[in-house]
Design a protein around this ligand. Structure first.
Ligand code: SF4
Length: 473
């Protein structure tokens, strides 16, 4: 069991983040001022914040001490850095993003003048520092295109035609909830119709995501689009994206309906182009279905097609992933988004595996590097990036775009600097207020919508009223 005792500060949150990157599950014991990782080695560390603002991490009983040789960072970051140095030495593992444990490393990158500074100050590996620095600049450029006074809208459909085995998203498998989909459609339309008339703000971007929004049948899908476009003021310059996700849910009728409303962006997500994996994951389509759906969308003139891939899927090697990247590049979509997935839940791993003798870690990392290289060579550049908290390998998810096709909604949503109004079960609406004097430039207020679909179905009008109050409409 690894124990980290806090001295002179109370930055539990940051320290648990660092310990989690190495050992998975972590708990906080405020009574004894420590954080504990049951799966860690039997070591006690003392993480101290000194009076001069620097931090030292000592290994109890050994006299070993870890402190950065250079100017101190802001407190929260400083204590994380010395702990990260100690854990790197103890485990022999260096994380790709160094001591940046948050979900938005580009936020820190945007504060720096060069990629080298990220490596120097935060111990970020050189390739990730370059990626973070470049992406941060592009995120900022795209964010400038989204006026702060505008709204960005999300419409959520947490249903899928079947459940992919690796999915952690709370999505309702339609085979078990077939009878409820119509009710969900009605509830969603009711929420939109109740709230939309009070919206006076211009809408910069609208994103319909899931789950799989195209899970609805043709008529239901067309009705929802009609409802959105007749209730919400969607100007010609509003960016509208529909996640069509699984190709087995895409029909010519739905594509035509989208185009009739002038929708220019669509996501068709293979996750992998390897048929054997698709079948093992429980997805009800093949790679040829993906190509067919892609060509159907292309023929209809969608301006930007995004395609998602996942590195580290179960039943796949790094090479399989790289081949999928190459196949998508051949199709030439405007956007390709690379997600990384850790194969096993960390809690299920043995202590030895957690400590780094897991081949997956290096394999996924190398495959992602190769995939990125192929994308750069094909003319794509990264435009937004985020991380998930429980990835064991510490990697990231990166959206790549060709030319000026990056998705504004993705940037707005990840920035925590633009307001987002969410319709549908499980959505998170947020308001972002500028602030000074802290490392974060915005203060964010959030208004979640109930996740349970059945509760949402019976109370979507209430959800609309809550959001009207939240946005002071
Ligand atoms: S399509 Fe996406 S949201 Fe739906 S089950 Fe598969 S991974 Fe989960």
């Amino acid at each position: 069991m690894l124990k980290v005792i806090l001295e002179g500060h109370d930055k539990y949150y940051g320290l648990t983040d660092i310990v989690r990157m190495f050992f998975g599950e972590v708990s906080e014991d405020h009574g004894n001022s420590c954080v504990i990782a049951e799966d860690g080695p039997d070591v006690t560390l003392v993480n101290t914040l000194e009076k001069d603002g620097s931090s030292v991490t000592l290994v109890s009983g050994t006299g070993k001490r870890y402190a950065f040789d250079g100017p101190a960072l802001e407190v929260g970051r400083e204590v994380k850095r010395s702990l990260y140095m100690a854990l790197t030495d103890i485990t022999g593992i260096e994380m790709p993003w160094g001591c940046l444990s948050g979900i938005r490393p580009t936020l820190v990158a945007s504060e720096e003048d060069s990629a080298e500074e990220l490596t120097k100050k935060y111990l970020v590996r050189e390739d990730k520092a370059a990626l973070g620095f470049e992406t941060a600049r592009e995120e900022l450029r795209l964010l400038e295109l989204i006026p702060a006074e505008d709204l960005n809208i999300y419409v959520g459909v947490p249903f899928c035609p079947s459940r992919c085995s690796y999915c952690s998203f709370i999505s309702q498998d339609i085979s078990h909830h077939m009878g409820r989909l119509g009710e969900y459609e009605a509830a969603l339309e009711k929420e939109i119709r109740t709230l939309a008339p009070s919206l006076k703000r211009k809408v910069s971007s609208l994103y319909m995501g899931g789950g799989t929004p195209t899970v609805f049948n043709d008529e239901q899908f067309a009705r929802i689009l009609d409802c959105m476009f007749s209730s919400i003021r969607i100007d010609k310059d509003c960016e509208v994206t529909i996640e069509a996700g699984r190709p087995d849910t895409i029909t010519g009728y739905k594509l035509d309906a989208m185009r009739e409303h002038g929708i220019g962006r669509i996501c068709i997500n293979p996750q992998t182009m390897r048929d054997e994996t698709l079948s093992k994951l429980g997805r009800l389509h093949t790679s040829s279905d993906i190509v067919r759906a892609y060509e159907q969308a292309k023929e209809r003139g969608f301006e930007v097609i995004n395609m998602d891939l996942i590195a580290g899927l179960p039943h796949e090697t790094g090479d399989d992933f790289v081949k999928s990247v190459a196949k998508l590049i051949e199709l030439d979509p405007g956007n390709i988004t690379i997600h990384t997935l850790y194969k096993k839940r960390r809690a299920a791993l043995s202590k030895e595996t957690v400590l780094g003798r897991d081949d997956d870690r290096g394999d996924i990392d190398a495959a992602v590097r190769k995939g990125y290289r192929l994308l750069y060579e094909a003319g794509y550049h990264p435009y937004y990036l985020y991380r998930q908290k429980d990835t064991g390998h510490g990697l990231e998810n990166t959206g790549f775009a060709k030319g000026d096709t990056g998705c504004l909604y993705n940037v707005a949503m990840m920035s925590d600097a633009r307001d987002v109004l969410s319709f549908g079960a499980g959505g998170m609406s947020k308001r972002c207020f500028e602030q000074e004097g802290t490392t974060s430039k915005h203060r964010v207020e959030r208004c979640p919508t109930v996740k349970d679909v059945l509760t949402y179905i019976s109370r979507s009008e209430e959800a609309a009223e809550r959001k009207a109050r939240f946005f002071e409409l």
